[in-house]
Design a protein around this ligand. Structure first.
Ligand SMILES: Nc1ncnc2c1ncn2[C@@H]1O[C@H](COP(=O)(O)OP(=O)(O)OP(=O)(O)O)[C@@H](O)[C@H]1O
Length: 283
């Protein structure tokens, strides 16, 4: 698999090690990892493999004990003003929206971030209105957040980050605990955001989603990046995926269960593609 060259990466961890205070175990162990610019990246790995810790390093909440984080090729600066700018350029959506949503209503929450970023009041109103509209949240803009479903809370958390128009959007388990319809809606939204020019990276345990959605996959294990490549490249190495305790995507399981004469071409990444590939006359 071709590792992503630093020149194409928007965010890079270079030999980053980090341990949480009071613990002996390293959460990141000389981690080398690049998020490719302009792509949709899925970061997969077990619980505790270091995905969230990497994200927290990306926005400078944690600082490596050794190694370096690079943003657009330059070492991250930890000066308060630089961090403030960085956190406008990189949006992190936490797994649990309760951790992110601190105000009473979606409108208040979205405007809070914009106000912190120093925007003028007329612009705040305009940007917040547009973002809530674009995210399909206009009708609940003034509804108390604790009355909203989990799916809507996650959308509000995403709206708060998107209002700042980040270049890089990081999402920690964005589809966790969502029903299929809310998951579909969120994925469509992420695809629209990506199509508008934003680099998107998500940490996920859902191998079906990672396989179908991502352009690039990174697999983490014990604080290191142990596999990277296109979805086809990564999941082609079935033994490695299984030995890491990860599941193969369902579509690939089905594909490899077919008799060989039905499996022509590259493995499918969607049900529609699967149907087309296996709809061949049996000779
Ligand atoms: N606040 C913390 N204090 C101490 N140890 C922590 C803390 N947060 C994470 N860790 C430890 O750091 C390691 C990496 O955890 P991290 O949350 O980054 O993994 P993850 O891949 O995001 O896991 P998950 O999929 O469960 O979110 C784990 O061993 C975890 O127990």
């Amino acid at each position: 698999m071709n590792p992503i060259n630093s020149a194409y990466s928007i965010m890079e961890a270079k030999g980053v090690s980090f341990g949480y205070p009071g613990t002996d175990k390293k959460a990141l162990r000389e981690l080398n990892l690049c998020l490719p610019k302009g792509k949709k990246t899925a970061i997969c790995g077990h619980n505790g493999s270091g995905k969230s810790t990497f994200f927290l390093h990306a926005i400078g909440i944690h600082r490596p004990s050794s190694g370096q984080m690079l943003w657009r090729g330059s070492a991250l600066s930890y000066r308060p003003n630089d961090l403030k700018t960085l956190r406008q350029q990189i949006g992190l959506v936490f797994q649990d929206p309760e951790q992110q949503l601190i105000l009473n209503t979606p409108y208040e929450d979205v405007t809070f971030g914009l106000r912190n970023a120093g925007m003028s009041e007329p612009n705040i109103r305009l940007r917040a209105g547009n973002t809530l509209d674009a995210m399909g949240l206009a009708s609940v803009a003034d509804t108390p957040i604790h009355h909203l479903s989990l799916g809507l809370k996650k959308r509000v958390a995403l709206a708060g980050v998107l209002a700042l128009e980040p270049e890089l959007l990081l999402l920690d388990e964005p589809t966790a605990y969502l029903d299929r319809a809310s998951e579909r809606q969120l994925v469509d939204e992420l695809n629209r955001i990506h199509a508008s020019g934003v680099t998107v990276a998500m940490a996920t345990h859902d191998m079906n989603l990672a396989y179908a959605w991502a352009d690039w996959i990174l697999v983490m294990e014990q604080g290191q990046c142990v596999m990277q490549g296109t979805p086809q490249q990564v999941f082609e190495d079935r033994d490695a995926i299984v030995s890491l305790g990860l599941e193969l995507p369902m579509l690939l399981e089905l594909w490899y269960a077919l008799p060989e004469f039905l499996r022509e071409g590259t493995p499918p990444r969607s049900v529609e593609h699967f149907k087309q590939l296996v709809k061949k006359p049996i000779r």
